[in-house]
Every structure is written in C-alpha cells, then in structure tokens.
Design a protein around this ligand. Sequence first.
Ligand SMILES: [Zn+2]
Length: 432
Amino acid sequence: MNGTIGMRALSALLAVLLVSAGVVPAVSASEGKSENTNIIGIDVPVPEQLVPPDAESLHLMEHDDGVIIDNTVVYLSYWNEKLNWGISEEEIKEYSQILEKQVLIRYYDVDHRYYYISDLDKFGKDLGLVLGFDADETDRFIRSHREQLVKDHQNYHGGTFAPDNRIQDYIPPGTQSAPYAHGKMYYLYLITNFQTQSSDGAWTVADRDDALSDAYSGTNAIRQQAPSGANAVNDGGYYTVTVSGANTGDNIHAWGVNGWMEEAARNLGYSDSNGDGRTTDDMARSAKSWSGADTVILLYLTHDDMGGYAVGPDQGYADKTAISYWGRSSSGRFASQPGSYEHESLHLYGALDEYAGASSCGQSSILAVSPMHDMYTNTNHVSCPSSTNSVMRDPYKTSTISTSSRRFIGWGDYDNDGILDPLDGTPWGPSA
Ligand SMILES: [Zn+2]
C-alpha cells in the first residue's frame, strides 16, 4: 500500500520534472484517454468529452430579452413602485391572477415552475392591456424594463480580480493556466452541486445540457474571432462534483485555499502534488497535459442565481470562474447566456470590464500577463471616447470582442511586425 503510493508520488514527481524540463512531450491525449487516468498517475478519470450542440439548439440563442417571473405579485409590486403606477396592494393581487390566467399561462416553464418571457415587446403590450395602459405607459414600461435588464445583467457579472488589486510591473505568463487566448484552449466545466442545496435543487440533466450548450457557443465565439496567428482551437470536457456547505457567492469560501473550488478538485480525486496548498492548479496542469492544450480554464457551473465572476490571478495558477445558471434581477431572474461564458472566459485570458461601474478608461489589466499587461490599457471602457458595444460591455447584446480586449488577450501586435505580442520575442519593437 505504502509502496504503491510512494511509487506513484515518485513517478508523478518525475513526470512533472520531465515535462517542466521540456525533454519529453506531454502524454498524448489518446494515450491518456485509453488509460482513463491523468498524467500524474492519480486514478482520476478524464472528464466527459464536451460534444458540440446540434445546429438547431444554437439557433435558439437569440433571447437577450429573457425575463423570468417567479412570483407575479413581487414582479408587479416592483414595477408599480418603480414607475409609480399607483396600484393598491389589493389590486396587485387581482391583476396578478388575471395576468397569470390570461397572459403568463403561455409563458409557463413546467420544468422550472416559472414564467419565461422571451419577447419583452410582446409581453409588455399584453401586460399593458391587462392593466389598462395607454400606448405611452406601455412604451415606458418596456423601455424601463429593458434598461433595468442591462443593469441586472451587469450586476450578474461581478469580478473578483485580486482583492488587493495591486498592479504589478510584470506578470509572467507561466503563472496562469490561461495566460492568453492562443492555441488549443481547453475548457474544463465543473458541474457543481452543494450538499446544502439552493431552492433550485441539484443540477438536472436538461439544465446541465443547456448550460453546456451555451458555454460551447460562448467559448466558440472567442475562437471564431481569433486572428489566424493565434491558431485558436477549442476543446472541452466536464466533471460532475458535489462539495460541502452552501454556495454563498463570490467570496473566500469559494476561491480561497479552503474554499469549495479547491474542495471540488480534491473530491474528484486530485491532490496537491506541489505543496502549494491548492489542488485546482494540479487539476488544471493535469488537464493541460493529457489534452495537449495550451491553456486551461476551470468553469464552475452552479444551479442557482448567485451570479458569475472571474477569480483573480492572485488565487493560484488555475484560471477559474463561477457561472450560475440564472442571474438575480430586481423583479425576478434571468437565464445566463452564451455571452456570460464568453465574458468570464475573456476575463481569464486578460480582458477587463468595459461597462460603467467596473474598471475604468485607461486602466492597466491586472488580469493580463506580460507583455500585454505592461503595454496596453483599457481603451474601450464605456467612459472612453468612441467606445463601442462589446461582450465586455453588454454580454447579452453582442459577442463582439473590442480591439481593447483583443490586445489584452494576446491578439494585438504592438510593434506592427506581423507577429502577435505573446509570440513576439521583441514585442515592443527591435529598438525597445
Ligand atoms: Zn466582467
């Protein structure tokens, strides 16, 4: 027993040494898969391969107006107060019943037991009819709702980004599992359940497949926009794992050394082979080795409405993010979208937020490695002159990656010599 473990530890060390010395190529993906173990010799099965969703489900992506009403009284009360409709509490209850019977019944989602509105214009007109609105009032409701949705969506995408947020002079690319968006990019999804479940319960197969389909589309949008010099290729797989406690959101109980993200890696069978107190780095390195990827991102998917956030580079080697299946809005909820996965992944490659209240114009990126970290600043923040809409500004409206973000994630060419910055031995130019 001890002997076996000793041998494993030794071969693990040997493998790490050999790989880091660059004398042997990483174990090929097929070899790793046939043995169903990862390169460091621990008996952890490789993740389930992520298969592309069929073309039909990809076409159903256009629902950026998606609004979920889980409590009609709460929903109407919110808008009554916000827009000063002057409806009494009693009337709210009556209108709620009428709305549910005459309008919302068409939007009922049996599996989740809530109403899913995919077309706000149409629903707004129906609601206006029930409440006896004139055209102006209806129009005001739809407009306000849309504005509020943008704010709710942005609240969903909070960023952790290093609690201290001290901008360092130089961030070595080797310190991150996804330093920039080049080469084969492996997305490792961790379908995470909590022992203390949210009111939404554990992941269902239908919701998991829906989330993975959105994730596939969102990460594919990154690959499709990559310059040819980045040789972008996507790959991905998923694990299902249960961790202790409850999901309390973006805090140290999630991404800290003793947080549930680390626990998930341990529960899957990985161990801290380099003694840094973390196991997510070992899991990311393992996935990188057996898949032959250049970058690995860990995406923890949770079946609740706790929001999405990218974890800062000060929390270990593994670039990681948490993305919940729903987002919480002021009057109900909304479903996460392909843009959610694209947005958070771009953070991990180095991009900054570009919406109001997050980041700022002219800011360096703590999320970008050098040399991109040192040479570029945020030039597409909404407060910058000639800022254009982008997935870092509004992930629910567009998948477009701005020029500013492209530079942060390694798609720029600072000295204009035809070689992308991360591949350029003299990125600042020959004379610099
Ligand atoms: Zn963000």
